[in-house]
Design a protein around this ligand. Structure first.
Ligand code: AMP
Ligand code: MG
Length: 379
């Protein structure tokens, strides 16, 4: 079979005309990259299986990894989602509907995805054949306008090749998919920077956290007035009947260069008695190699000098937030990881986020989750 020639995506400002062109493309069953407040998404008509297959193809995404449908309903409720035939009320208890409405009222539009019973119009490809569908209402004005003017929900996974670093700017999308799509709407840098929190509401109303994000488990628990299960922490072989969200693979968000987590923070490394923080690794660094270092807070230059002295190697450092602000760290996470990947470092090291910090901040926990997957072996 003859393969089609590579495309050359245009990055366009979200003017009225360009949005109309994007809407037209979507109406014809095409796909378009759009900004959202979390990361850039690759959008296609959520009810058009052919459009969805183009998303999977462009991303090299396996079809066992379901998509999130994005809606732009004003002040929506569960009943509105039902009217759109996105969700089905079957078997849902009154408590479940009440909780869903409470969450929608509090967090939409915003970075919260709800996993709910699937409606009639949702193609199998969107849900990987499951009886539930993931839905969120993005806050970014360009995404909202695009969906509103299309008049239909869109599915929009992150606009990167499968398993790689998520894009947080139009330029990142061009780097990832420039030869596979036609159009990228430029909505500036993403404000949140990491993917949405995913919460499933079961038929009897039980909330289960499937992916951490900037809306923390604690915040959701407070909104609902109940505790929330977190199977994200359970190892795959725990024997637990609960599974984390499908498609949440161990290796994800990965740079092209090898990335390892340091065994301790740099501060711990420097605290007497000096810990062998990169046990065994220092010896593995061949002379003349450059190290890319990602730290979560504090001064990049100072951290780079510290590690450089320990390793006796040149170190290029990026900090997620110099002042230790976790919202800023989330915003910077994929951007800085991408910058290190594009630098002339030969391999990358990242400072781990200590358990106690993860327990004190839901956002730190969400970043640590991404970091662990970014550093996981790719095989
Ligand atoms: P994203 O990669 O941000 O587009 O998010 C897609 C992720 O949402 C998938 O990888 C799954 O982890 C999760 N997801 C989507 N649909 C469902 C569903 N029906 N049930 C559970 N998780 C889902
Ligand atoms: Mg993704």
């Amino acid at each position: 079979m003859k393969s089609s020639p590579p495309l050359n995506a245009r990055i366009l400002d979200p003017t009225d005309e360009n949005i109309q062109n994007a809407v037209l493309l979507l109406k014809q069953g095409g796909i378009v990259a759009m900004p959202t407040e979390t990361v850039y998404g690759l959008a296609g008509n959520a009810f058009d299986a052919q459009a969805l297959s183009k998303i999977f193809l462009a991303k090299d995404r396996p079809t066992f990894d379901p998509l999130i449908a994005h809606v732009a309903l004003e002040k929506s409720t569960f009943a509105d989602l039902m009217r759109e035939q996105l969700v089905s009320p079957q078997e849902l208890s009154d408590l479940a509907v009440k909780r869903i409405d409470r969450l929608i009222r509090e967090y939409w539009p915003g970075p919260l995805t709800l996993v709910l019973p699937r409606g009639k119009l949702v193609p199998d490809l969107a849900t990987s054949g499951m009886e539930t569908v993931a839905i969120r209402a993005p806050k970014h004005p360009v995404a909202r306008r695009l969906i509103r003017e299309l008049g239909l929900p869109v599915c929009a996974p992150s606009a990167n090749r499968f398993g790689r670093i998520s894009p947080t700017s139009a330029k990142d999308v061009k780097e990832e998919l420039g030869d596979r799509i036609e159009l990228i709407l430029d909505g500036g840098d993403c404000e949140i920077g990491i993917e949405s929190t995913i919460l499933q509401i079961t038929e009897d109303g039980e909330p289960i956290l499937l992916r951490p994000g900037v809306i923390s488990r604690e915040a959701l628990a407070k909104t609902l007035g109940v505790s929330i299960e977190n199977p994200c922490d359970e190892p795959a072989n725990s024997g637990s009947p609960r599974v984390i969200a499908p498609g949440r693979l161990e290796s994800h968000y990965a740079p092209k260069k090898p990335l390892r987590l340091l065994a301790t923070t740099l501060a711990q490394m420097m605290t007497p008695p000096i810990l062998p923080g990169i046990t065994g690794r220092a010896g593995e660094i061949p002379a003349g190699k450059k190290v890319g270092l990602l730290i979560s807070s504090g001064n990049a230059k100072a951290a780079g000098e510290t590690l450089s002295a320990i390793l006796d190697a040149e170190v290029i450092t990026e900090t997620l937030s110099e002042k230790g602000d976790w919202l800023e760290a989330a915003q910077n996470f994929f951007k800085k990881l991408r910058a290190l990947d594009a630098s002339d470092a030969n391999f990358l090291l990242a400072e781990p986020i200590p358990q106690a910090v993860q327990e004190s901040s839901g956002i730190a926990y969400a970043i640590a989750d991404r970091l662990l997957r970014a550093a996981a072996p790719k095989e």
